[in-house]
Write a protein of this length. Sequence first.
Lengths: 429, 580
Amino acid sequence: MSDWKSYEPTLIPNIEGMHQLDTYRKHGGYEALHSVLHDSKKWPDPSSVVQEVKDANIRGRGGAGFNAGLKWSFMPPADGGPRYLACNGDESEPGTFKDRKIFEYNPFLFIEGATIAAYAMSITTIYVYIRGEYRSWIKKMEKAVSDAYDAGLLGKNIMGSTFSVDLVLHSGAGAYICGEETSLLESLEGKRGYPRVKPPFPAQRGLWGRPTTINNIETLSNVPGVIRNGATWFKSIGAETHPGPILYGISGHVNRPGVYELPSGMPVMTLIEEVAQGVKDGKKLKAIIPGGSSTPILPAKDLENLTMDADALRGAGSMMGTAGMVVMDEDTDIVETLWRISKFYHHESCGQCTPCREGTGWLEKILEKVVKGEGTSRDLDLLLDITSQMEGRTICALADAAAWPVRYTISRFREEFEARCKPSLVPVG
Amino acid sequence: MAEIVIDGKSYSFEGKPKLLDFILSKDKEVPFFCYHPSMSAPANCRMCMVKVGQYVKNRDTGEYELDEHGERQIRWFPKLQTSCNMDMMDDMIVHTHETDNLVKRAHKDTLEMILINHPLDCPICDQAGECPLQIQTYKYGPEGSRFEVKKQHKPKHVQLGPRVTLDAERCINCTRCTRFTDEISQSHQLTITRRGDKNHPTTAPGTVFDDPYSMNTIDLCPVGALTSTDFRFKARVWEMNQTPGLDITNGKGVNVDLWTRDNLVLRITPRHNPHVNDYWMTDKGRDAIQLYNENRLSTPSLRLHPKDKDLVMTSWDNTLQTIQEIVESTDSKQILSLGSPYASVEENAAWAHFSQTILKQKPSYTAHVEKGAGDGFLLVDDQAPNTAGCDLLGLKKRTKAALKKAVSESQVIFSLHDDYIERGWITKEDLKGKTWIYFGTNLTQIANAATLTVPITCAAEHTASYINVDQRIQRTYPAKETKYTNRRLDLEMSEGRLDRFGTKFDHWVNEDNKIDCKPLWEIVSDLFSLWGQTITYRHGRDVLESLNQTITALDGITYQAMDDHRGVLLSTSEPQEAST
């Protein structure tokens, strides 16, 4: 892909003052919402909006990669009772820091997208769940929301139409698990952040038992563009099966870490070498974690010709996740990296299900042993065994998220782990 | 009618039962910890895993798709499923650990995980012997542990409330206790705190776990994390006899088990009865151990002179003769005969029989109802276990004023159980110059003031029936021996031990703590013989059989019927005329 240099960003465009309502509106902001609310020829009913978004195939940017419009279509018909949209800005996966760029540089784009989604699904209240540590971004959002209310873009009779919706900001309290969609709902209800058993799915029984859709902030920020320019335009951007702009959050051993908005399906090596201007200090690349710490690590040798989209990454044995890419140079201690990742999941396991509650701690403790040079090669097999005891055995996917890094890091860098271990069998005499 | 195949056997079912409920109802086993039939299923222990699939049907024709061998094709769920929250569907195929190695492996894996941070202190744990974790580990667990690193430490012996002590290290986070306070007692006092393997139940800061039903969480706890502050370290489970009984502290008639050792009731736990108390009981009902063990009247006692401070022990023969002398030297109009809602149907009936035949009057009684004491759950306003029984026998109900008046107008008073002084209905002064003969179980204030105290058996010592506020007649079993009973001879007594552990004799019973008391009907029989009448009640059954003839509502009511149906709902609530 060579035309990425001429790509015009739409989510975080390079326009000064975009976070101010008048600037946003000057650059086409709220045109999409206006047309949805008033252009009854183009948008005869809410379901036409759902259909357009479904056609655009906006795959969820929170990690699961599920078609957002399809998710919207799971909402049951409106029955006059309350219905909710929960916007997931918990952004707690290590290596992920993209949504806060939207909060900071283009908050109204997200608010407009959420409002369109609310219209499309007959939502009565939008909840925006923002990571608790994002103090200053919560402040920015509070300002934006109050401006939108003042301008009649939220609240009663939005833009002079009959459509009304409220938007409530809710700050998290620092739990990774509350980024899981159902424990986010529990947290919003004021309860302990324990994931819910599915079924029933949130579309049937979500917040306070009412139909609820949960979408990522970046996902919703793509909606105004789709409405304004059409599904075909959106599908023409980037990879065919995973279209649209992506906020790539590149961190680690690169010269220019940061969030870059580019089309999906960018070659990994282009992102590292050109976008982030290469590995720091001229060192060699060792590995990347492509989409947040739970996605399986990929060694440098597998990165040639690899592109950043769900299908290509699955083929390579990893996942797209949140496109928060962690780059590691040749001096990185993989064993210690894995220990640190496991420590995170041990700390963040909510403790509801047995395999995850007990397994995450066990993994961390064995890895600590290995890091300290006290491990044996038998421990590595035990680690792999524990991961198979955790995967797919719990209510939510956190057990998988904790198990995958261990499973794939050990299987892809086994020699480095072996080198830190004592032999299991010590000859007698 | 929908069909399901479980381990190769097909069953039909209706509605949408949960898979685990259904499997358990078919007398099959699936291990579980967090599931409880009366509470929501959080599916958090991940123990009740099964393999689930469904026959594939052709969408157009509705026919089953067949494989190359002509067998129906099965579409398996990609992961193992927890059966506790799985809705049953038509054409479902289920494999439990009996037929699937992957399920077996999952059970082993989960148990290994549960045990890594669980202290292996079974030798000093109260739960040992009745511990689901212990039992399931033996049945389904791994041979050993591969956990060679440091266990997670958590708070130990935390006093959650006046009655419940927590050992957080033993906790396996099944959330049964928190769900109990949320869904059953609705006090919302317990919650899980912290995260991951540091999780444990607790109360909100500055509050205590003083829920009136708090001790049910001890029974619910599948490990020894929640223990009874009073009972912990008192006895091993296998040292005790478990005998069915009733809660006599309230009119609800909650079904309980009495756990005894050396003729002491050491603890009381609820016994499942869907018609009365489900799986629960009040904390107050568990305090009845004090009634059964402490401050008991033992050996009849007599006040030789009205001015004497103390009563002196006397023989049973002398007691009976004294009663005869008193009755024969007093005008029957000067005698007041009182029954009691705290006594069983049999005791009241036997006493009524004697009272009507010899004392020429029908006994009256006073109800003990505290308005507003009920909570709509297991506590009712009626504080006595057998008020409905007194009504059924046709005993006249007296108010406070009527009682005071009757006492003041009588010279000799026979009373049963009730402590009118403690309740404030009469004072010690009212007893001055009266002859008060008290049949009771405990050294109450009225016993202290009486002329003659006759110790009778308590609900833990005899077989007798009680009628609760909902007109359900239920019965007790003798759980502890008196001086005149022998556990090894009384088949009804040893049941618990024989069933649970298969031992022939009970080695945990000795001569200690036996009370010198007799069932009231035996005393009544002895009294009758003094008057030359041969009426013999040797067992509560004898009294009940005579009631079968005389009271329509009790026609056909036997102990066997009460055992078979967890108590029998009486057909009429109208007071009947007793004509014994």
